[in-house]
Design a protein around this ligand. Structure first.
Ligand code: PA5
Length: 445
C-alpha cells in the first residue's frame, strides 16, 4: 500500500521552517467541508472517482483484437490524453519496443520531424491507431489524425479495422467522425476531464495492449480510495499531501514542488503529475509550480539548487521498496580505495542509500521534503499513485478556492492559433497577431 511519510515537513524534525501540528489542526474544519463537497460530487468532473467501478470488458476485447492483429500501436493525443499512457508504458513495460509487440508509439505533438520518422518506422498496414481526445477537436491531435487517416487509406489499410477513437460519448468532431464512418470507439465519461482520465479507456486500453491488467490497476485505485476518502485529515494521505503543500506555500512562500521518483520508469509519472498539478492549480494568480526530476540522476544536476538555492521548494520523493530485480556490484578493483567499498553491495542498496541520504541532507539544513513510498512498481501500485495524485489535486484546488478542473488560461493562445490557421470566426485574432508581429520587429539584435 502507498505510504506518505511527511516527517521532514514537520517542525519537530526540521525546526522552525517546518509545520506545527496545530497548523494542520487549524485547517480541519475546511478539510471536512471540502470532504463533504467531494463526497457529494458537487462538481460533475469528480466523475473521475466513478472510473474505479467501471466495466473493463470492452477495453479488454479491443486490446486483444489489437494484440492479435497488429505489429504497431500508435497513440495520437496530447496533455492528459498522452501523458498517462506514456507513464503506464514506461513504468510497466520499459524498453517495450525492443522486444515486444505490438510496438507502442505515443505521438503528442505536431513536430513534422517526429511524425515523419515515426511513419517511416511503421508499416501502416500492420498498425492500429488510437486517437485520443476528450473534446474531439484538439488541433494537434486532430491534425495528426488527419495525416494518419489519409496515409492509411492511401496505403490500402482498412481504416475501420485500424482506428480506435477514444473520446466523449456524445460530443465533438471525433465522435461525429466515429459515428459517421463506423469507427470502433471507446468513451471517456462526459464528466471526466483530460488530466483526470488516465484510469479511463485513455490509459487502460494501452495497458491491456501491452499486457498490463486494467483490473489490477483499478483494484489498486479502489484500495487507495478508501484511505483518500477518509474525512480525518491525519488519516487521509491525499488530503494531507494537499494541506502540507498549501501551508508551505501560504506560510513559507514555498511555491515550487519538485517531484523526484527514484526509479527510471517513474519519470513519466512525474511528468504526468506536473500537468495535473500545474493545469489544475495555476489559476487566479495562485498555484504551485511543479517540476519533474529523477533520482539519482538529478542529484548530479538539480540537487545543488535544492540544497543551497532559494528557499522556495518542497522536494517530494517517490520511493520504491522492491525493484523486482537486483544486480550485485562485483568485487572487482578491490585494491582501489575509492571503489572497493562498492563491491558486494547491490544496485538497489545504492539507489535506496542515495535517496535516504538526499532526504536527510535536505532535512539537516531544514529544507522540507516528503516521501511517497510504494512496495513495488506494478499495475496495482500504479493505480494507487494515479488515483492518490488525482484526489490530492482535486482536494488542493478546493483548498485554494479555485476550480481544479478547468483551464481557461490556455484559450487565448489557442484563439491566436485558430486565427493564424484561418479558422472561421477568428479573423480578429489573426489581425491581433499581425499587429503584434510589427512590434516584435523593433526589438531585435
Ligand atoms: O486536462 C485537460 O483537459 C487538458 O490538458 C487536455 O488533456 C488536453 O488539452 C487535450 O485535450 P483533449 O483530450 O480534449 O484533446
Amino acid at each position: 500500500m502507498l505510504e506518505l511519510n511527511f516527517s521532514n515537513m514537520m517542525g519537530e524534525v526540521i525546526g522552525q521552517k517546518g509545520i506545527a501540528e496545530r497548523q494542520i489542526e487549524g485547517i480541519k474544519t475546511t478539510v471536512s467541508n471540502i470532504d463533504k463537497r467531494i463526497k457529494s460530487k458537487e462538481r460533475p468532473e469528480l466523475a473521475f472517482i466513478d472510473l474505479l467501478e467501471q466495466d473493463t470488458s470492452e477495453i479488454k476485447k479491443t486490446a486483444s483484437f489489437i494484440r492479435d492483429n497488429f505489429e504497431n500501436f500508435i497513440i495520437l493525443g496530447i496533455g492528459g490524453s498522452a501523458l498517462g499512457p506514456r507513464a503506464i508504458t514506461e513504468a510497466l513495460s520499459p524498453f517495450h519496443n525492443l522486444d515486444k509487440k505490438p510496438r507502442v508509439f505515443i505521438y503528442d505533438n505536431v513536430d513534422p520531424g517526429t511524425l515523419d520518422r515515426m511513419l517511416s518506422l511503421t508499416d501502416l498496414k500492420k498498425t492500429a491507431v488510437n486517437v485520443i481526445t476528450k473534446s474531439g477537436s484538439t488541433a494537434e491531435t486532430m491534425s495528426s489524425f488527419m495525416v494518419l487517416w489519409d496515409r492509411m487509406n492511401k496505403a490500402g489499410s482498412d481504416a475501420l479495422k485500424s482506428f480506435i477513437a477514444t473520446t466523449d460519448p456524445e460530443k465533438g468532431n471525433l465522435r461525429k467522425i466515429a459515428n459517421e464512418k463506423g469507427l470502433k470507439a471507446l468513451s471517456i465519461p462526459s464528466g471526466v476531464g483530460g488530466r483526470y482520465s488516465v484510469l479511463s479507456p485513455v490509459g487502460l486500453l494501452l495497458a491491456e495492449v501491452i499486457g498490463v491488467s486494467a483490473d489490477e490497476m483499478l483494484q489498486g485505485a479502489r484500495d487507495i480510495h478508501q484511505r483518500c476518502s477518509d474525512a480525518e485529515v491525519w488519516k487521509n494521505p491525499a488530503y494531507l499531501f494537499g494541506v502540507l503543500l498549501y501551508i508551505m506555500e501560504r506560510e513559507e512562500k514555498r511555491t515550487m514542488n519538485v517531484m523526484v521518483p527514484y526509479a527510471d520508469g517513474l519519470k513519466p509519472l512525474a511528468e504526468w503529475f506536473c500537468q495535473l498539478w500545474a493545469e489544475s492549480l495555476g489559476k487566479l494568480g495562485t498555484g504551485l509550480t511543479p517540476y519533474p526530476s529523477l533520482g539519482t540522476t538529478d542529484q548530479h544536476s538539480q540537487l545543488q539548487l535544492w540544497m543551497e538555492g532559494p528557499e522556495d521548494k518542497v522536494v517530494i520523493f517517490i520511493k520504491v521498496d522492491d525493484y523486482g530485480v537486483d544486480i550485485k556490484i562485483p568485487k572487482v578493483f578491490q585494491d582501489m580505495d575509492g571503489l572497493n567499498y562498492l563491491g558486494g553491495h547491490t544496485m538497489s542498496e545504492l539507489i535506496k542509500a542515495e535517496q535516504e541520504s538526499t532526504e536527510l541532507a535536505l532535512a539537516k539544513i531544514k529544507r522540507p521534503n516528503m516521501a511517497i513510498g510504494i512496495p513495488k512498481i506494478d499495475a496495482y501500485h500504479m493505480g494507487q499513485l494515479f488515483h492518490f495524485f488525482e484526489m490530492a489535486t482535486a482536494f488542493t484546488g478546493f483548498l485554494y478556492g479555485i476550480n481544479p478542473f478547468n483551464q481557461p488560461g490556455v484559450e487565448e493562445g489557442k484563439n491566436f492559433t485558430y486565427g493564424m490557421m484561418g479558422k472561421k470566426g477568428f479573423e480578429a485574432k489573426k489581425e491581433e497577431v499581425e499587429k503584434a508581429r510589427e512590434k516584435k520587429m523593433c526589438w531585435r539584435v
